[in-house]
Ligand binder design. Structure first.
Ligand SMILES: *Cc1c(COP(=O)(O)O)cnc(C)c1O
Length: 386
């Protein structure tokens, strides 16, 4: 047995990130400032978007994006049921109602066939999630948005470096939100980035991001700044810090390498596991570049004498971390109560939830560990085959 625990995920840092963070500390300017602006500039170039706004997290970024989109009390927003709470919580804070949609059993992305019948006069936005780093069916989503004049806010927390038909995720919908939480493809400790094309969004979000002060108020304590500022809206404290941005600038330089290494691990898993009858490896659409934030398999529990939960425990006994992304939103007591959904309302998400598990995937993962993980899974499947 492997005597070192292989986690589900871990961030990958070199001396570059450490030196950059120390440099920010030595500069005497550690919060929002020149490094955050530089990171925004580099990131928008990376996804070929006109604007970018760095935030304290993707969750705060989604909140700002929804404010920019004008989402307010009484509105409805459409989102997949198979996602993290942060996709819809900001809408709830704004007084809007999330309308959840089932996902497809192969990609675990929103089933675009089910969207149109859920659009009402109150619908304001569609919020697709790019599960695991594979883009949702954006052509169909953009068509529906155009037809019904809806705003598209992409939850691209998993999708840094992902492409849809040769288009970088980050320059497709009206607003795209990325996460730099340590489990994502690059990290700033915590952080987020919103990309978009609209100048008015830029003005709005940059004011709301920092208390409701005007855009240059962050400079007020520097030599080139002025102490005077005015509050024009009740804003939030959602800025990124220059310490975080310094880390992010170095991480972004490595994104191609990082995603390449993730892809290598995915290929090892695919090769080792795709012939196992009781396992379904991730389905990848031909016109996508998958960012491989997660590698999620389906267990054919009908032909195994072990549950998914026990399978996770067995992996842990073999020093392998694994987890479930996601518990469908309508299984959580709060949304069940608020949105009045019942078990059975989202058959695909429920079917997937019983079977899905994500196995170790990170840029710094050794290939030999990939083979070890696949080997343990194969042994367990043999042991529990019906
Ligand atoms: C991680 C994640 C988020 C939240 O990102 P934070 O930066 O931690 O706020 C939102 N949506 C999805 C789908 C995620 O996986």
């Amino acid at each position: 047995m492997n005597n070192k625990f292989i986690p589900l995920s871990r961030p990958c840092f070199g001396e570059e990130e450490k030196n950059a963070v120390i440099k920010a500390m030595d500069s005497g300017w550690v919060t929002f400032g020149p490094k955050t602006l530089e990171f925004e500039k580099n990131f928008k170039k990376f996804v070929k978007s006109r604007y970018a706004a760095a935030t304290s997290s993707a969750t705060s970024g989604l909140h700002l994006a929804m404010i920019a989109a004008g989402i307010t009390k009484g509105d409805e927003v459409i989102a997949p049921v198979f996602t993290f709470a942060a996709t819809i919580n900001p809408a709830i804070h704004l007084g809007a109602k999330p309308v959840l949609i089932d996902v497809k059993r192969d990609t675990f992305n929103i089933d675009t066939e089910l969207i149109e019948r859920k659009i009402t006069k109150k619908t304001k936005a569609i919020i697709p999630v790019h599960y695991a780093g594979q883009a949702a069916d954006m052509d169909k989503i953009m068509l529906l948005a155009k037809k019904y004049k809806l705003i598209v806010i992409e939850d691209a927390a998993h999708a840094i470096g992902s492409k849809y038909k040769n288009n970088a995720v980050g320059n497709i919908g009206d607003l795209t939100v990325f996460s730099f939480h340590p489990i994502k493809n690059i990290t700033t400790g915590d952080g987020g980035m919103i990309t978009y094309k609209n100048k008015r969004f830029d003005e709005l979000m940059k004011i709301y991001r920092l208390h409701g002060m005007d855009k240059s108020a962050w400079k007020r304590l520097s030599k080139s700044g002025n102490w005077f500022y005015e509050i024009t809206v009740p804003g939030y404290k959602y800025n990124m810090t220059d310490i975080a941005a310094s880390m992010g600038i170095e991480q972004l330089k490595k994104i191609k390498d990082f995603n390449g290494r993730r892809k290598e691990i995915a290929h090892i898993y695919n090769k080792e596991l795709e012939s196992i009858r009781e396992i379904t490896v991730p389905y990848v659409d031909a016109d996508r570049v998958h960012a491989w934030n997660l590698y999620s398999i389906l267990l054919d529990i009908d032909n195994l004498s072990i549950s998914r939960n026990d399978f996770i425990e067995e992996l842990k006994k073999n020093n392998i971390g694994s987890s479930v992304y996601f518990t469908p939103l309508h299984f959580h007591p709060f949304y069940k109560r608020l949105l009045k959904y019942k078990i059975g309302d989202f058959p695909n998400a429920e079917w997937v939830y019983d079977r899905i598990m994500s196995i170790p995937m990170y840029a710094g993962m050794k290939k030999v560990d990939g083979f070890y993980v696949a080997g343990v899974i194969k042994t367990l499947i043999k042991k529990y085959q019906k």
